[in-house]
Design a protein around this ligand. Structure first.
Ligand SMILES: Nc1ncnc2c1ncn2[C@@H]1O[C@H](COP(=O)(O)OP(=O)(O)O)[C@@H](O)[C@H]1O
Ligand SMILES: [Mg+2]
Length: 579
């Protein structure tokens, strides 16, 4: 749905709608260059110093340093981690890791992290990201298999299958791409404010689709000779430490300046809703908030406020929110609907087997065509097998690429071994025989190895009550799968968990906290909570990860180890924890 401008919380009228009047290029470029300006400098950009309406924001409750330069602000307002605007770091583990590590290293650590569990969470993220980065590097057989050309294509193949690799083109997702394109293009071309909400589980191409549409709009602008007309702000909410910090981040990305947290939401409103005379001259601003679920943890008001911004009078905001959890959609949209700010909504379904095959084949053939080389090939059956396994569990394309990338590494290692045997006297490899052929066996080996790493690592780093919930839930599943019992509901889990805590360790956490924990576990791909019925206690929970891996992860906790061991030894149903 494309929003037209209107008075706050009042129905929109057509005469309020923005007109696609020509925009002054000087204004555009000044914004695009994002000069280092103080708040006073904003007047020159046609931006208001203070917002018109609100006196207080639901989110402003702290005192921050006065307006400052960007560098000083970073030291003083330690609450934000600014991702690079040049590339999307949402899936760049190294970049994300660096950003988080910077924050941890900062002296403001205690001030910026609201709780010990938050700190633990960040530290865990850093560890996991560092491990992933190390794994990715370990995959880089820089000295290759002893043949110059093979080394190059091998490296290229691994890069191409890395989840941070940006594809030349999107494969499939035609309908979803068109919906995003129509929304964005329409808002932009007609200078209408609007909000779009994209949801889908991880690795379903949400970020990639939005990035692709952005590129396409920039190309269109260039063709129209409307250079630098659109201003795009991208924020990955995982890198924003507190929800309120998103305002300072938006402000900084638009103006290059800095604003105290206390006045940030009003300052952002001021920029996004200029005077009518200025609006015609100023460019539309697109704000993309990726992984927006992260904003819902503590202060949901920020999230609701963001989606209300396109509704404000004279708003020039095109808001695109991207979320990884689906039940979050069910809670967010009704509230926005009640306030008449419901955004247009698009759901990205998990990839099917055929779609995964097409994307993987696309990545492989883009490399082999570029190199005109057949020294590294992936067997069709291997790609099919990988796609079938992933589509049966998550439909996450990132996981599929990771499995195939690791399979390439395994195959290369094997090939290296063969070549070293050949150099000791047997037949050399002929040009017609691929030096590295990825087979079903290699993919299978990766699946076996993987099950022992990703989920176990994720679970290992969780706080105690998250682990207890997983322990209680998996025990229920083990005990009830055999006789086709009903799935555990949120209510049942809460009751069982509370009894368990009171018996074994003390006070349980509240109902709301259990719901938040389940939401987080869902976001991590460990389990799913149904989005219906309305009574949350009656919603069923399903497993998304391997139960053995979950319990292995839980068993790393010193307190819970004994419970897992005692139970599993008795039933013999799950493996012993690894050390
Ligand atoms: N349809 C597609 N065609 C080609 N590559 C894709 C497609 N969908 C996703 N990818 C790639 O898969 C990876 C993960 O996709 P992404 O858009 O980040 O997922 P999400 O945002 O849904 O978690 C990225 O490297 C992206 O380029
Ligand atoms: Mg994404």
């Amino acid at each position: 749905m494309v929003h037209q401008r209107t008075t706050r919380r009042s129905p929109r009228t057509p005469k309020d709608s923005g007109t696609a009047s020509p925009v002054n290029d000087e204004n555009d470029s000044s914004l695009h260059n994002r000069p280092q300006v103080s708040i006073g400098g904003l007047q020159g950009l046609g931006l208001r110093r203070t917002p018109k309406r609100r006196k207080t924001s639901p989110t402003d409750d702290d005192t921050s340093p006065p307006v400052c330069t960007r560098k000083r602000a970073r030291q003083q307002c330690g609450e934000i981690v600014t991702p690079s605007r040049k590339r999307d770091k949402s899936h760049d583990t190294t970049g994300k890791c660096e950003a988080i590590a910077r924050n941890i290293a900062s002296k403001n650590m205690d001030a910026v992290c609201t709780s010990a569990s938050k700190r633990q969470e960040i530290q865990k993220d850093v560890q996991i990201d560092q491990q992933s980065a190390a794994m990715a590097d370990a995959g880089g057989l820089s000295d290759g298999v002893g043949q110059g050309e093979t080394v190059d294509i091998l490296t290229a193949m691994k890069k191409s299958l890395h989840s941070s690799a940006i594809p030349d083109a999107l494969i499939g997702r035609v309908k979803e791409y068109k919906q995003v394109q129509d929304f964005w293009h329409n808002c932009y071309a007609k200078k209408l404010s609007g909000a779009l909400y994209i949801s889908g589980s991880p690795g379903t191409g949400k970020t990639a689709s939005v990035d692709m549409v952005e590129k396409e709009i920039h190309a269109w602008e260039k063709k129209q000779k409307r250079s630098k007309r659109m201003l795009v702000v991208k924020i990955n909410c995982m890198s924003v430490i507190t929800p309120r910090a998103i305002y300072t981040e938006i402000y900084t990305q638009i103006t290059g300046g800095c604003v105290p947290m206390a006045g940030a939401s009003e300052a952002v409103e001021g920029i996004l809703c200029p005077e009518p005379a200025d609006r015609a001259k100023l460019p539309m601003i697109t704000v993309i908030v990726d992984e927006v679920d992260a904003l819902s943890r503590n202060d949901k008001n920020v999230l609701y406020h963001l989606f209300e911004l396109p509704q404000l009078k004279h708003s020039r905001l095109i808001l695109i929110g991207i979320a990884n959890t689906l039940d979050f959609t069910d809670r967010l949209l009704p509230r926005l609907r009640a306030k008449s700010c419901e955004p247009m909504s698009i759901v990205f379904n998990p990839y099917t087997r055929a779609e995964i095959v097409a994307i993987l084949q696309g990545r492989i053939s883009s490399v082999s065509e570029r190199y005109e080389d057949k020294t590294v090939v992936a067997d069709k059956m291997a790609v099919e097998f990988c796609a079938r396994k992933i589509s049966a569990t998550s439909g996450d394309i990132r996981q599929a690429m990771e499995v195939l990338r690791k399979a390439v590494v395994v195959a290369a290692e094997q090939s290296k071994y063969k070549i070293s045997c050949q150099s000791e006297g047997t037949q050399p490899t002929t040009a017609s025989t691929p030096a590295i052929k990825v087979s079903v066996g290699h993919v299978l080996a990766v699946f076996k190895g993987n099950s022992n790493s990703a989920i176990v690592q994720k679970v290992k780093g969780l706080p105690l009550h998250h682990l207890i919930i997983l322990l209680v839930y998996t025990t229920y599943v083990i005990e009830n799968t055999a006789h086709n019992a009903k799935r555990m509901t949120v209510g049942k889990l809460h009751d069982t968990y509370s009894i368990w805590c009171r018996e074994k360790i003390g006070a349980p956490v509240s109902n709301t906290d259990v719901t938040d924990i389940l939401e987080m576990l869902q976001g991590m791909g460990i389990l799913d909570v149904a989005s219906r019925p309305a009574n949350i206690r009656q919603r069923e929970i399903t497993l998304r990860a391997d139960i053995k891996d979950i319990r292995k992860g839980v068993a790393h906790d010193e307190i819970l180890k004994g419970h897992i061991l005692a139970y599993d030894l008795k039933t013999g149903r799950t493996p012993q924890p690894t050390t």
